[in-house]
Ligand binder design. Structure first.
Ligand code: DX5
Ligand code: ZN
Length: 222
């Protein structure tokens, strides 16, 4: 059964506490928080004041995905804001080992993120040092984009690399996850599914979270 991390990027920001309380009551495992700076990615999302507000209401761990340049500058502040998992992009981190070590030293679980074009082999020297490998299945920046099919092969490569390096990292998939591809993603080796649009644009978000979680047992036929 996969872990599910609803992305609040697709939540109603005018009713954020209500949407977080829905996640609290649901079968979701983590709350995925997307931080965008308008420089590493073309969009700007939200920052520390919002994250602090989320933390106050949240009863599940905050899974914070940084889409920002120079993420190393803000590690301490994200720890104070209550991040449980802090993931940084390989493409934004020239000193990745130092950054991930600092994240762990601050008591958070470090994650590394790969953009869709980046080969899994790029993390062979760091995969043993992370708790999460987040594979982007869309180009980061926006919710509601189309899933990139090449992701399946990357999940399999990543699983093999994790086994070869005796890593305990979990594989997280982010972008375009829905009720039709979730079972195949889990089958390929995904441990954690992020879902924004699929959850928040559905009639019953809590039920959609349950469906995503049980998708391997009851695959949805397209
Ligand atoms: C995209 C973000 C995602 C986004 C996913 O840059 O990293 O977390 O919220 O949204 P959906 O599930 O709608 O593709
Ligand atoms: Zn994300």
């Amino acid at each position: 059964m996969p872990m599910i991390a609803p992305s609040i990027l697709s939540a109603d920001f005018g009713n954020l506490a209500r949407d977080i309380e829905m996640i609290n009551r649901s079968e979701a495992d983590w709350i995925h928080c997307d931080i965008m700076d308008g420089r590493f990615v073309p969009n700007i999302s939200f920052g520390f004041p919002v994250l602090h507000a989320v933390k106050k209401v949240a009863k599940k761990p905050l899974d914070v995905h940084l889409m920002i340049l120079e993420p190393e500058k803000y590690i301490d502040e994200f720890a104070k804001a209550g991040a449980a998992v802090l993931s940084v992009h390989l493409e934004a981190s020239p000193h990745l080992h130092r950054t991930l070590t600092a994240i762990r030293q601050k008591g958070m679980s470090p994650g590394v993120v790969l953009n869709p074009h980046a080969s899994v082999s790029l993390i062979e020297n760091i995969v043993a040092d992370v708790d999460v490998v987040l594979l982007m299945s869309v180009n980061p920046g926006y919710g509601g984009q189309k899933f990139i099919e090449n992701t399946y092969g990357k999940i399999r490569d990543c699983k093999n690399l994790i086994l070869a390096k005796n890593s305990t990292a979990k594989i997280e998939i982010d972008g375009g996850v829905d009720l039709h591809n979730a079972a195949a993603l889990v089958e390929a080796g995904a441990d954690i599914l992020v879902a924004g649009n699929t959850v928040f644009s559905s009639q019953n978000p809590a039920e959609t979270i349950s469906l995503l979680k049980s998708v391997k047992k009851n695959p949805v036929v397209a």
